[in-house]
Ligand binder design. Structure first.
Ligand SMILES: Cc1cc2nc3c(=O)[nH]c(=O)nc-3n(C[C@H](O)[C@H](O)[C@H](O)COP(=O)(O)O)c2cc1C
Length: 225
């Protein structure tokens, strides 16, 4: 194996953060393709590569976003895979920590329900990003293959980071899969797991000042020697 630079890799991993405000200009196809070419090398059970991506850009993405916002205002979410909303114990604390970081950066108070709703709805328009990748689990696969898909999602986001792009994985973009299937003319079967907004980060957007932390190594890894 050629010698690789662990410091450079660590820098890419730490440079990636969830970007929730974008500059409007599109990303060149060659840059997008380069990131996806890298992401294709994500590992999976028996190399089945259980992911399908629908890439939506520009005016088409804005139309899709408006359709999902209209659906959100009129009806309940109906994701292909139910969301786990009842996080417990330390997981709940971490969830609250990320919300405090985000709403704090955006200057939205805890009891500002209108502000929070507006911030949530920005999700459905992919935070104004010029591109979004909708990632589906092909029909017949389950939890194990969904884990593979998660590895693909992270590999793609790191590849986007390495190309100088910002991104945000979004469960929120999976809440109205029927709207997406209708807008894009997709057949039923594959399950929509998440969307990934991406493009050039708008450094002036307040949401992009939010930063999260992580538990210590000892809090996560138990060694058995
Ligand atoms: C599968 C997945 C789904 C996510 N869904 C959303 C979402 O719907 N909206 C959002 O603003 N952030 C979403 N996030 C971003 C997380 O909140 C974020 O990764 C976490 O708080 C850690 O922050 P960081 O990405 O800046 O390191 C999601 C992340 C993942 C991996």
């Amino acid at each position: 194996m050629t010698s690789l630079d662990p410091t450079a890799f660590d820098a890419v991993v730490r440079a990636r953060h969830s970007v929730r405000g974008y500059r409007p200009e599109p990303v060149a196809d060659a840059v997008i393709d380069a990131a996806f070419q890298t992401a294709l090398w994500a590992p999976s059970n028996c190399n089945v590569q259980p992911w399908l991506v629908h890439l939506v850009s520009g005016a088409r993405l804005r139309r899709l976003g408006q359709a999902m916002i209209a659906q959100a205002q009129g009806g309940k979410p109906a994701p292909d895979v139910p969301m786990d909303t009842a996080y417990r114990d330390e997981f709940r604390k971490r969830q609250i920590g990320s919300a405090v970081a985000l709403y704090g950066a955006m200057g939205i108070a805890r009891d500002d329900h209108a502000g929070r709703t507006a911030a949530f709805l920005r999700n459905l328009d992919a935070f104004g990003a010029p591109h979004a990748a909708f990632v589906f689990l092909p029909e017949g696969f389950g939890t194990r293959e969904a884990a593979d898909l998660g590895g693909f999602v992270q590999t793609l986001m790191l590849a986007l980071t390495a190309q100088g792009l910002g991104s945000c994985a979004q469960g929120a973009l999976s809440l109205y899969p029927d709207v997406i299937r209708a807008e894009l003319g997709l057949a039923p079967g594959p399950q929509l797991m998440c969307g990934i907004a991406f493009g050039y980060e708008d450094p002036a957007h307040p949401a992009n000042a939010a930063r999260t932390d992580r538990v210590s190594l000892a809090g996560m890894v138990t060694r058995h020697a």
